[in-house]
Write a protein that binds this ligand. Structure first.
Ligand SMILES: [Ca+2]
Ligand SMILES: [Ca+2]
Length: 170
């Protein structure tokens, strides 16, 4: 499980490809893998999903790539028969930042191509300092319960989980 992490990077190092790279999980006996409640804010790709990155549940993540892709799924349309990607929150700046098997798309085309992220949000700016949620963030209480009870700081989850690494507290 990859959960409640904050990834921040604005450099140009070519060896740094993505905040999170989800690898080859190809059969049910290995079980599901989970990527929950992370905040990824960087100049590189947000999440790269390998061509065989099957059996991944990707939920409650904030993903903001300034110059690359929010999600780059390298496999073809039938590569991920078992997947649950939803309740994530993506930055929208007018540029197509989803890449599904080489096709660049916006959130609408991404949903059509994958049938995923149907409850995910698109936002302009949700952050206060240190990538914590602003008081008026749409990400507050917009996540889905995934069985986790506290955030990166040890704060309890109140109501529905907030999206990202930090449960908002006022
Ligand atoms: Ca909450
Ligand atoms: Ca907190």
């Amino acid at each position: 499980m990859i959960s409640y992490n904050r990834f921040k990077y604005n450099g140009t190092d070519p060896d740094k490809q993505a905040g999170i790279m989800l690898g080859n999980i190809q059969n049910a006996t290995q079980g599901w893998n989970y990527c929950y409640n992370n905040t990824v804010f960087l100049s590189k790709n947000g999440i790269i999903l390998s061509a065989y990155g099957n059996y991944w549940k990707v939920k409650n993540n904030i993903i903001q790539s300034s110059t690359k892709y929010h999600i780059w799924a390298k496999g073809g349309s039938t590569a991920y028969p078992n997947r649950e990607w939803d309740y994530n929150c993506f930055w929208w700046d007018g540029v197509n930042k989803f890449n599904f098997a080489g096709t660049e798309s916006n959130i609408s085309l991404w949903r059509t191509a994958t049938n995923q992220d149907l409850n995910s949000l698109v936002y302009g700016n949700v952050f206060a300092s240190e990538l914590r949620l602003a008081a008026d963030s749409d990400c507050i209480n917009s996540g889905t319960p995934v069985g986790l009870t506290e955030d990166a700081d040890g704060d309890p989850i109140v109501g529905n989980p907030d999206i990202g690494y930090d449960e908002y507290t006022n």
